[in-house]
Ligand binder design. Structure first.
Ligand code: SAH
Length: 210
């Protein structure tokens, strides 16, 4: 598994360079350290280090490693940050963030996935991550403001509840678009006047935010 993971990291690194977002050393180290197979059902372990999304049950997916890497870079995580992730699914993206920031808060709508992700992250020692079941469009007001917000499911437009929970200068990464399995990944930065400045980065394919 270690060899396969190393090959995947090299491949993701090459792809990130190709799309104009070279991997930073901390994000690369985090990709290298998280055992992605342990976020998948055992039957999928042979495919765990393919650069591909995989089904994790309940009609949901664990994102493609390249996209996890890209979303993480777009967030520009720093050591002291508090980050909110919406659509925690397997918990893999949360684990990648765990080693890069101070605290990670994940919201997942499907109760069984939320419970499994929380249990798995605790068992693997990612003790700065908290997962709750709920509708992520409401964010997690008790822990706001966040330095960054990652939305791992596609919305037609920005859920209005999120920007108020973002700190000035903070970044919000979200796939936006009306088509199932075809959207654009956007990164927004919150200006001092409270408005958001957004850029489209890459066409992507996410499951919908419900
Ligand atoms: N980040 C995940 C990938 C998640 S796929 C990982 O690393 O494995 C998107 C997830 O968003 C799914 O698990 C889906 O159930 C969840 N989701 C969809 N709509 C949501 C909502 N409104 N609030 C919270 N989670 C939501």
């Amino acid at each position: 598994m270690e060899d396969r993971r190393e090959r995947l990291v090299r491949r993701v690194s090459a792809e990130m360079t190709r799309i104009g977002h070279p991997l930073s050393p901390p994000v690369e180290a985090s990709l290298r350290s998280v055992p992605r197979h342990l976020f998948l059902p055992e039957g999928l372990w042979p495919a765990a280090y393919d650069n591909a999304a995989q089904l994790i049950g309940w009609g949901q997916t664990i994102s493609q490693p390249l996209i996890v890497a890209l979303m993480t870079e777009l967030l520009r995580p720093r050591r002291g940050d508090a980050v909110l992730e919406i659509g925690s699914g397997s918990g893999y993206q949360a684990a990648i963030l765990s080693g890069l920031v101070e605290r990670v808060y994940g919201v997942e709508t499907i109760p069984a996935l939320a419970a499994k992700a929380a249990e798995r992250l605790a068992r693997l020692g990612y003790d700065n991550v908290r997962i709750r079941q709920g509708d992520g469009r409401d964010g997690w007001p008790e822990h706001a403001p966040f330095d960054g917000i990652i939305v791992a499911a596609a919305a037609v437009e920005l859920p209005p509840g999120l920007a108020p929970q973002l700190r000035t200068g903070g970044r919000l990464v979200i796939p936006l678009g009306g088509h199932r399995l075809s959207q654009d990944l956007f990164v927004f930065e919150k200006r001092a006047d409270g408005t958001l400045d957004g850029t489209s980065v890459l066409p992507v394919a996410f499951v919908p935010l419900v």
